[in-house]
Design a protein around this ligand. Sequence first.
Ligand SMILES: NC(=O)c1ccc[n+]([C@@H]2O[C@H](COP(=O)([O-])OP(=O)(O)OC[C@H]3O[C@@H](n4cnc5c(N)ncnc54)[C@H](O)[C@@H]3O)[C@@H](O)[C@H]2O)c1
Ligand SMILES: O=C(O)[C@H](O)COP(=O)(O)O
Length: 399
Amino acid sequence: MSTITLDTVKKIKTLNNIAEGGLNVFQKDTFMVDNDCENPDAIMVRSFNMHSMEFGHQLKAIARAGAGVNNIPVDKCTEQGIVVFNTPGANANAVKEMVLTSLMASSRNLFAGVSWTKTLEAEGEQVPQLVEAGKKQFAGKEIKGKTLGVIGLGAIGALVANDAIALDMDVIGFDPFISVDTAWNLSRNVQRALTIEELFASADYITVHTPLTDDTRGMFNQATFSMMKPGVHILNFSRGELVNETDMEAALESGIVGQYITDFPNENVLKMKNTVCTPHIGASTKESEENCAIMAGRQIRDFLQTGNIKNSVNFPNACLPYTGKQRVAAFHQNVPGMVGKLTSAISSYDLNIADMVNRSRGDYAYTMIDIDTNVTNNIIPHLEGKINLIEGMITARFI
Ligand SMILES: NC(=O)c1ccc[n+]([C@@H]2O[C@H](COP(=O)([O-])OP(=O)(O)OC[C@H]3O[C@@H](n4cnc5c(N)ncnc54)[C@H](O)[C@@H]3O)[C@@H](O)[C@H]2O)c1
Ligand SMILES: O=C(O)[C@H](O)COP(=O)(O)O
C-alpha cells in the first residue's frame, strides 16, 4: 500500500535530549519541532527504545543521533517505507577517549583504589600511614608492551587501535567486514586476526566495538572465555547484550576475567565481582552530542526537503542535485520493471522527465524522478492513483 503526499510544514518530534545545534538546522518557516505532536514527519532519537511504538502514517524518517540502532525496529521501518539514519563516526572520538581512560584506569586499579581511599575519611591523621600500608593491594600493570584485542574496527575500534599503538601497546584487530575507508586509516602496526579465536588467545585486554546484531549477541560466553588468557580485562562500550551475563559472572568469580568494564549496567551486572560500571556515558560529551545532533538534523532536513538520502541504515543512499523541480521520490521493491512503470505513469500525463536516480539495497530500491513540466494540483491525485497501483510500490511522495 502506498501513499503520495504533498508536503507543507514538516513536524519533527524528539524522543531524547537532542543537542541544540541539531534542532537549529530546521528553518522555522518550513519545520516545526513539536514533541507533543501525534503524527510527526520525522523523529530524532538517541537511546529511547522504539520497539513497541506504532508509527503514524505521516512518518517518513527516523534519525538516530548516534551509532547504535538496536533501539529502533529497523525491519518494521523498512516495510513501512520509513528511512532510518544514524550518524557514523560522529561520536567515535568521545568513545575512544572513554575506552582509553578506562583501559588505563582498570590496569592501574584506579577505580578500586579511589573507592578504598575514600573509606579512610574517618581515620584522621592516620590517613597517610594507612595509605602507605594499604597501597600494595592496588599495584597494577602498565599497558605498554601488553596486547590489546580490538573486536570491530569501525569508527570507534579503528581510533582505539591506532591510539593504543601510539601508547606502545601491541594491537590485534578482528573485523571480517572492515570497510575500505577504515582499512586505509588503520595503522599498519595493527595486527590482523584472521579468526576471533586468534585474538582471544593473545590479548591481555579486549575491547569490543561491534553493533549488537543476531550475530554478535552473546559473543562473550563460556566457550569464548575459555579461549582467553586468564586475568584478561574486558571493556564493553558497545552494548550489554554482547555479553552472556551468567557466563561473565562465572568467569569473574573464577578469575578467567580479571576485570569487566562496562557502560551498560543492570541490576545483575552491578553486583558482579571486579566489575566497573559507567552509566552509558561513552558518547556523552558536549562535542559528540552536538556532532551527532547536527548530522542527524541535516540528514532529516535534506531528506524531507529533497528526498536525498545519506547515512541510512535501511534505504540505499541516493543523491540527485535538487533544482526545485517537482520531484517524485519512491521507495519500492527491488524487482524488474519498477523504473519503467514509474516513468510511464509520469509520461502518461504528458509530463517530461528531467533527471532521475535509482539505487537498490537488497530487496528494496529507491527512485527519484525530477519532472521538467509544472505538475498542476489537479493532476497529482490521478498520478498518485496510478503510482499507487504499481505492484511493489511501498511509499512515494511529491516534493
Ligand atoms: N557507549 C556508548 O555511548 C556508545 C557510543 C557509540 C557507539 N556505541 C556502540 O558501539 C558500536 C560501534 O560503533 P561504531 O561507531 O564504531 O560503529 P561502526 O559501524 O563504525 O563500526 C562497527 C564495526 O563492527 C564491525 N563488525 C560487525 N560485525 C562484526 C563481527 N561479528 N565481528 C567483528 N566485527 C564486526 C563492522 O564491520 C564495523 O567495522 C555501535 O553499534 C554502538 O552499539 C556505544
Ligand atoms: O550508539 C550510540 O551512539 C551510543 O550508545 C550513544 O547513546 P546516547 O546517544 O544515548 O548517548
